[in-house]
Ligand binder design. Structure first.
Ligand SMILES: [Zn+2]
Length: 183
């Protein structure tokens, strides 16, 4: 059992992380049981879903969402949920006589915008701050190519290395030409 108040725990993805009406499509990396400390300091073991997308906090799965994922992915085995996608949205739910917003796994997965990385060919994944389209736009403006964040990081690292090598080479040439002048 997961008390709804846990869903506001800032260590985990919750309804608070989404704009009104926003749907977030995420790729499941793995699910494991973890000890979760609630706002009241009480410890409880809960299934926690970790996502492949960068900058996305793990999500505590309650029974409702576990059932929703089982129905959506067609299997109750969490090992078979890895690398599959789910779409979550904030929904108003009744809990302990109050209406609160909670994350709910949706019945369908948003397939809408699948933008492929021009470098590695894998789909560009969204982050909580940027949609896939925004990641594509961002990397294109910085590198001239629409690429995933992994490739963008690699590109940045390579560029830095190249610049360092060029700087070294220039230093070397300057040194050599000075030596020539001295001869
Ligand atoms: Zn890539």
């Amino acid at each position: 059992m997961t008390h709804w108040k846990k869903l506001t725990n800032p260590d985990y993805l919750g309804a608070y992380a989404l704009e009104k009406g926003q749907r977030l499509t995420l790729t499941i990396k793995y699910i494991q049981e973890e000890t979760v400390v609630g706002p009241d300091g009480k410890k409880e073991n809960c299934p926690v879903c970790h996502f492949a997308e960068k900058d996305v906090k793990p999500m505590i799965l309650n029974a409702t969402n576990m059932k929703a994922i089982t129905a959506l992915l067609g299997t109750p085995y969490i090992e078979e949920w890895a690398n599959r996608q789910i779409t979550v949205a904030a929904e108003k739910v009744k809990a302990f006589g109050e209406i609160v917003e909670a994350l709910r796994v949706q019945k369908t997965v948003d397939k809408g915008e699948k933008i492929l990385c021009e470098k590695c060919g894998k789909p560009i994944l969204p982050t909580t701050k940027m949609t896939a389209a925004e990641v594509a736009k961002y990397t294109k403006s910085n590198t001239g190519t629409e690429m995933c964040l992994d490739c963008a990081r690699e590109y940045a690292a390579q560029k830095k290395k190249q610049q360092e090598e060029t700087a070294q080479k220039t230093n070397q040439e300057v040194k050599e030409s000075t030596e020539d002048e001295n001869n």
